[in-house]
Write a protein that binds this ligand. Structure first.
Ligand code: BDR
Ligand code: CA
Length: 276
């Protein structure tokens, strides 16, 4: 099994991503680092712990990272997980290190890091000299946004950090263009762990008010799938940069962008791993 760390802001699709990793024997989930994002840091951190408890994985350490505003409570629910009564583990102690220190201590040459929230922790780690051999980032959109017309939520939440990561960390980027084709519809949700499906109420209501969508996007789980089974996503190198709004623009930095996947196959894989 290869080592995996997820940097996350749970978040409903983050929950699906964490569950996928926790239930996949191909990877050894060595920790979660948390960041503000969908909701504020105290909530995303608590949500990471609640999820691990539900998944029977309180062995996985949680290290708390960067603070900032949580501005997607309308999508993910005020608590970030659709207002569901997931309980905290009895021992809810966090790792004694900050996310930054945890990454510095724990990222090795054979560790994959998947970043599925704002990139603040990852950019700080880069700046303090952490080297990422394999980094997969969910974020950005090519000519496509979900927060402004041009910017995707994770990049928009900390554009400067997104720029640092895109310029310096050689990530595989999983953009909205791909994740918008990866929808967990009601049929999918009916087959997976009901605790996970129950998290999706607020998110489904939000999307169905704005589109034909009756399911949810599983953005973050698509990025984690690539860590579990490398080659799941087909990538192409683009010359890009990130502007002050957090939008991808043409630039001189070579970025490997995930462009395509066999969604029916990936969907079946997720369904199998996420059902109980
Ligand atoms: C990204 O933003 C968050 O709301 C989701 O969890 C995902 O990481 C999609 O734009
Ligand atoms: Ca996320």
């Amino acid at each position: 099994a290869h080592r995996l760390i997820i940097d996350t802001d749970p978040g409903v699709d983050d929950a699906f991503a964490i569950a996928l990793a926790a239930r996949s024997p191909e990877v050894d989930l060595v920790g979660l680092t948390t960041v503000f994002g969908n909701v504020a840091l105290d909530l995303t951190t608590r949500n990471a712990q609640r999820l691990l408890a539900h998944l029977g994985r309180v062995d996985v350490p949680v290290a708390k990272g960067a603070e900032g505003p949580g501005r997607a409570g309308d999508v993910h629910g005020e608590d970030g997980l659709g207002g569901q009564a997931l309980t905290l583990p009895e021992n809810d102690r966090l790792d004694h290190r900050t996310a930054l220190a945890f990454l510095a201590d724990t990222v090795t040459e054979d560790t994959t890091v998947v970043a599925i929230g704002p990139l603040t922790n990852i950019a700080e780690a880069l700046e303090s000299g952490v080297r990422f051999e394999r980094l997969i980032v969910m974020g950005g959109g090519l000519g496509l946004g979900n927060t402004t017309e041009r910017a995707e939520y994770n990049f928009w939440s900390d554009p400067e950090a997104a720029r640092t990561v895109v310029r310096e960390a050689k990530p595989i980027v999983v953009p909205l263009n791909l994740t918008h084709r990866c929808i967990a519809d009601t049929e999918f949700l009916a087959r997976v762990d009901p605790v996970l499906s129950n998290l999706t109420g607020t998110y489904r209501a939000y999307l169905s008010n704005r589109s034909e969508n009756t399911g949810i996007y599983v953005h973050d789980a698509v990025a984690v799938a690539e860590a579990i089974l490398p080659g799941t996503l087909r990538t192409k190198v683009h010359s890009l940069d990130v502007d002050d709004e957090g939008a991808f623009v043409a630039g001189n930095h070579q970025v490997e962008v995930a462009e395509d996947t066999d969604w029916p196959a990936l969907r079946a894989f997720m369904e199998q791993r996420l059902s109980v």
